[in-house]
Design a protein around this ligand. Structure first.
Ligand code: SF4
Ligand code: SF4
Length: 395
């Protein structure tokens, strides 16, 4: 596979080795495209059906912070020129001019398109627009976000759908929505490839973890720089290293689940499954990463997982905050077996809370409000346990 290169000669595509069909094959984008090292790259942020929660999440990111990308001080990464309604000083036509130049291939550097929110079906808006950004200078008509997506995606070095609305449709695409909202992937189609040959990258979450986006964007930029491989994405375009584990496996409350102890009311510290937690089947890393700078997160703050990172959200997780039907089997099994294990563990814990010197006597603590000395069969269990434990010494 060969393409037009920046000097006009044919070269082998760098994507052959990756097995990715590059859009370079069909179009001559040699004036806009350079494989790194790049001095700078544009990050064009376009919003559709969104609540701006993804923007707020990214502003709070710390790994790396967005301002470090904009200052060009992250080693190995190009300086990022961010075009976002929140951060840009340009207004009106000056703001739109960058988008216009990008869509016409006139920018002086490649760009990554970040799309936040669902993609509206503007045909359903009758004479109006669901969401528009600027006007067409020739016709004077508003340009919808959906149209900007169509104009910008073909020449983008990569398209990143941020948040569940952009990645899967999310709440605006929920049952009964009047806007015909779909995901970026739905709108661009299965065969879409960016100018650098990359399918749509999805960073879901409602809102997403800001650092998940920043880490993914940084990994994609390293790839575009020619300094790293294409990051590992799963079959739905999620960063595989962030979304392959379930919430439950890393939940700070997982030990309660295993021992069959469940919260009955909000504010309880135990497992939240009976209050509507879908964590055992949901792919999300918030239990590990927290929401901002390693702190917060759903279960950490007492909230059950409602599956906001998943393509089935929200319809397949409704009614929210109700016990998931499938959990009845697993939680009742945990209640029986986990309850037994929890009691056995407690007996061992009592023994390990006593020094060998206190064998058969009370612990010399003035804090004890009750008699702490094990008695009767519990003492025998402790002795048998220790005998077995030490029987392995020496092989
Ligand atoms: S709160 Fe949810 S994720 Fe955590 S242990 Fe319970 S079911 Fe699993
Ligand atoms: S734990 Fe569940 S509700 Fe919380 S962010 Fe992850 S997927 Fe969304």
């Amino acid at each position: 596979m060969t393409n037009g290169a920046t000097n006009g000669t044919a070269v082998t595509s760098p994507f052959d080795a990756l097995g990715i069909r590059s859009a370079l094959e069909e179009r001559d984008l040699s004036k806009q495209l350079r494989m790194g090292p790049l001095e700078k790259i544009y990050l064009l942020w376009v919003s559709g059906g969104s609540c701006d929660g993804c923007t707020v999440a990214v502003v709070g990111a710390t790994n790396p912070p967005v301002e470090h990308l904009m200052a060009g001080i992250v080693p190995g990464l190009p300086k990022v020129e961010l075009l976002h309604t929140l951060t840009s000083l340009e207004m009106g036509d000056d703001y739109i001019q960058t988008l216009r130049m990008a869509s016409q291939g006139e920018l002086d550097a490649p760009y990554v398109l970040v799309y936040e929110g669902s993609v509206f079906d503007e045909d359903l808006a009758n004479d109006g627009n669901f969401y528009s950004l600027g006007r067409d200078p020739e016709t004077g008509s508003p340009i919808s976000s959906t149209e900007w997506l169509g104009r910008l995606a073909p020449k983008a070095a990569a398209v990143i759908a941020i948040g569940t609305c952009a990645a899967w449709g999310g709440i605006p695409a929920g049952e009964g929505n009047p806007t015909g909202s779909v995901a970026v992937m739905d709108h661009l189609g299965k065969d879409y490839r960016s100018a650098f040959g990359v399918p749509v990258v999805n960073v879901p979450g409602c809102s997403p973890i800001g650092d998940n986006f920043m880490e993914t964007a940084a990994a994609v930029l390293l790839f575009l720089q020619g300094l790293g491989p294409l990051p590992d994405f799963d079959e739905l375009g999620r960063p595989a290293w962030l979304f392959s584990e379930t919430v439950h496996r890393h939940c700070p409350r997982a030990g309660y689940y295993e021992e069959g102890v469940f919260a009955e009311a909000y504010g309880d510290q135990e497992c939240l499954v009976e209050l509507g937690c879908w964590g055992p089947v949901v792919q999300c890393n918030i239990a590990d990463r927290g929401i901002v700078n390693g702190t917060g997160g759903c279960m950490q703050m007492g909230g059950p997982c409602i599956g906001c990172t998943m393509p089935g959200f929200p319809d397949k997780f409704s009614p929210l905050f109700m016990t998931p039907p499938g959990s009845l089997l697993s939680s009742n099994t945990s209640r029986v077996f986990g309850g037994f294990i929890r009691r056995i563990r407690h007996i061992t814990m009592v023994d390990k809370n006593r020094t060998p010197r206190w064998e058969g006597v009370e612990a010399p603590s003035g804090w004890a409000r009750y008699n702490t000395r094990p008695r009767g069969p519990i003492t025998l269990i402790h002795k048998a346990y220790r005998a077995y434990q030490h029987s392995k010494i020496g092989g």
